[in-house]
Design a protein around this ligand. Structure first.
Ligand SMILES: [Zn+2]
Length: 230
């Protein structure tokens, strides 16, 4: 009884707000309200061969599968959730979204015999400013619901980010490809790797990472992201 009163008082002064819509949450330990959970646009791409994310990589890199759990649409709870994870230092929300991804991905991972998750590396300066790599948080959540281990020390992103505009298509590709480097070959050798990203738009970074992993000994690579800009 006393505890209920105390919780009610705390809630009055420090209301917990939904990350999707900013409305007051009834339970302190929730991150999203019922309406926002219901409004999350699941793609169900994990059950669809030749889905739009896989098609992005056709003729570019040979991946085992590619999928995104949610549609990334303007002015939706998901867009606000991604914004919170990327710019508002909300690591718990990142882990939670990873858990939701894991629930959708576990049978695909089993079917494809995936053995390790690798987060898309962030520019070191950006990771320092943000305090974390959001893709690593997603991996943590995925691990919690699927049991699939992750390693954030395999793939690194190099510092240089030269301007792309005056380069030819080939030079641009070489520039992107040289950004990602595999620093632990042993860890991926003969393994089926899942590359984990936050939002896939053109797929250029995922493509470069998948190439790097395959060139350095990974047996197969699958790609999954939290969201897809359709
Ligand atoms: Zn909400």
């Amino acid at each position: 009884m006393l505890r209920a009163w105390r919780d009610a008082l705390v809630h009055l002064f420090y209301p917990t707000l939904c990350f999707g819509c900013n409305n007051d949450l009834i339970h302190q330990d929730q991150l999203l309200c019922i309406e926002c959970i219901g409004a999350l646009g699941y793609t169900q791409f994990e059950n669809i061969r030749n889905n739009p994310v896989e098609k992005l990589f056709w003729g570019r890199v040979n991946v085992q599968f590619a999928t995104s759990t949610f549609y990334y649409l303007e002015k939706t709870p998901l867009q606000r959730i991604v914004h919170h994870i990327k710019y508002r230092k909300e690591p718990e929300l990142g882990r939670h979204m990873g858990e939701l991804m894991g629930m959708k991905l576990s049978s695909l991972f089993k079917e494809q015999e995936m053995t390790l998750c690798i987060p898309m590396p962030l520019h070191p300066k950006r990771e320092y400013e943000r305090g974390y790599n959001q893709a690593s948080l997603l991996c943590e959540g995925i691990f919690k619901t699927t049991g699939l281990a992750y390693n954030e020390n395999v793939l690194v992103r190099n510092e240089h980010t030269k301007t792309q505009t005056k380069k030819s298509r080939k030079e641009r590709w070489e520039n992107v490809a040289s950004i990602f480097e595999v620093v632990d070959h042993q860890a991926i050798s003969h393994k089926n790797i899942v590359l984990v990203d936050d939002v896939i738009t053109t797929g250029a970074s995922s493509e470069a990472c998948a190439h790097a992993l395959l060139e350095h000994g990974a047996k197969t690579v699958g790609i999954c992201s939290l969201a897809f800009t359709a």
